[in-house]
Design a protein around this ligand. Structure first.
Ligand code: C5P
Length: 483
């Protein structure tokens, strides 16, 4: 098989891989494998590399499908009566969008069949260390490493002994010895076996080795009349434990902060049926709202007319015109951070028709335009209630940085996110964006302008990076912007 040296890839690809793998909490090597797998399976994930931040599996799915990061588990089923629960475990993992590849020990096959396991996992099942089909390219190594977590359920007393002593005389133990992934064991055995000094030693050793355990629970045993500690945890408990290891709760750096965001275009009426608008889709502003919400902020989104679902957990005010947007923004203050991503129409029609304008013999109606309030500049220049961090956007079709710098001074905001929206870029209405973050060096009001250019990213990715920058400021008092 060909091997790939990540170091030798060009910088844009390296940055993309690093960001994506960091977000998904995988090694870069593993991320490349996932991308290739997705490509082969014809999924579109490579073009939308960052999933939205993790949400509990029971929570309503945010705006995009694929909201949970992809994850995969190698499930080793040991030989015990509790093996039947592993069939349910496969289902529970899959409903959490966790891919499952199963390995059955020889003893496990006495309790569940490879056919049943394969039917539930939709994958081939592995049983033999010396299977020429899977071992032609060291299949046990792949099973050990091409996953994010190894779950052993049921983990029998014999398997615990093998793992704690580093045996590798069958496929399951070879995988467990060869892995560099986290391991979760769900022990199941007779209470006397569980309390036996040998098992106690093995469990203590495994805990010292950093292996995670779930259960066993206490209760009745399969053996008539026996009860005690030794019952394997329920499938749902094991799946939840696996999910906690795979998707640890996200830090909430913006907890307690109020973030105000504008998004989308505005519609400026000409008459009751016509309006002036622009091509803004609102995707970038909505992605920022979702990312700020995931970072723990209390988010208020004031949106012009868009064709997007409201992000989960965000308060959304829908408006039409620039004046309505300003009204809602003012009503939403105070805020710790205000991000003005809306493409507000610069002008509105002064002589808006009360009725639909008609074609007349007198010729075409003359539209008189008046300037709309500049929401960003208005809020930036407030003396009271000015949010400590005000961020504007500069969507330009030429001289991007030059124009963005000029806007910076004019608007009085703290940061400007500049992006090129000329038609060739496909940014307006598209899913990707290339942005430059302009800020003042050391946060000083008249300080030199620093330009931080980011690689091309999805709008979700831009949102996550922007929120990460905000979180650094929000949690570092010494770097607070001048107000
Ligand atoms: O002047 P220009 O429209 O290019 O400035 C863009 C920035 O100003 C964006 O952040 C936009 O949301 C904001 N803006 C505003 N109100 C306006 C015009 C622009 O808040 N009337």
């Amino acid at each position: 098989m060909a091997s790939l040296t990540i170091r030798k890839l060009d910088d844009a690809v390296k940055t993309y891989l690093r960001l994506r793998s960091a977000r998904n909490r995988r090694s870069v090597e593993e991320e490349v494998r996932v991308i290739l797998r997705e490509l082969i399976e014809g999924r579109e994930e490579p073009l939308t590399p960052f999933s939205a931040p993790p949400a509990p599996s029971t929570a309503p799915t945010p705006q995009r499908t694929g909201a949970l990061p992809e994850a995969s588990v190698t499930l080793i089923i040991g030989g015990g009566i509790a093996a039947y629960k592993s069939l349910d475990l496969i289902r529970r993992l899959k409903e959490r969008r966790i891919e499952v590849r199963c390995v059955l020990t020889k003893a496990a096959q006495q309790f569940v069949t490879p056919l049943a396991v394969s039917a539930l996992s939709h994958e081939r099942v592995y049983t033999d260390l010396f299977d020429p089909q899977s071992e032609f390219d060291a299949g046990h190594i792949r099973l050990a490493r091409d996953c994010d977590l190894i779950v052993v359920a049921p983990a029998t007393a014999d398997l615990l002994a093998k793992i704690s002593n580093g045996h590798a005389d069958d496929l399951a133990s070879a995988i467990l010895l060869a892995t560099n992934r986290k391991i979760l064991l769900a022990p199941a055995m007779n209470p006397l076996m569980w309390s036996n000094a040998a098992t106690r030693r093995n469990v203590a050793q495994l805990q010292r080795d950093g292996v995670a355990l779930i259960g066993p629970n206490s209760g009745e045993m399969a053996e008539a009349g026996e009860a005690g500690v030794g019952r394997m945890s329920e499938a749902i408990e094991i799946a939840n434990a696996a999910e906690r290891l795979l998707r640890p709760p996200m830090p909430k750096p913006l907890a307690g902060k109020r973030v105000l965001i504008t998004a989308g275009p505005t519609h400026e009426p000409i008459d009751p049926v016509r309006y002036i608008a622009n091509r803004s889709s609102g995707k970038q502003g909505f992605a920022i709202a979702a990312a700020a919400q995931a970072a723990g902020a209390d988010v208020m989104l004031v949106s012009g007319p868009v064709d997007l679902d409201d992000p989960a957990g965000v308060t959304v005010k829908h408006v039409e015109s620039a004046r309505q947007m300003l009204e809602q923004v003012q009503a939403a203050l105070p805020a710790d951070v205000a991000i003005f991503a809306a493409a507000v129409a610069d002008w509105r029609v002064a002589n808006e028709g009360e009725q639909k304008l008609k074609k007349t013999a007198a010729g075409m109606p003359q539209l008189q335009l008046v300037e709309n309030p500049d929401i960003l500049a208005t809020i930036s220049k407030l003396t009271d209630k000015r949010p400590p961090l005000v961020i504007g956007f500069a969507a330009e079709t030429e001289h991007l940085i030059e124009n963005a710098k000029a806007k910076f001074a004019r608007k009085g905001c703290d940061w400007i996110v500049a992006n090129d929206v000329s038609p060739a870029t496909g940014v307006m209405g598209g899913d990707r964006n290339t942005v430059h973050l302009l800020s003042r060096k050391n946060g000083a009001k008249d300080g030199e302008i620093a330009v931080d250019s980011w690689p091309v990213m999805t709008k979700e990715q831009v949102a996550i990076e922007l929120v990460a920058h905000i979180a650094r400021i929000a949690t570092d008092k010494s770097r607070e912007p001048a107000s």
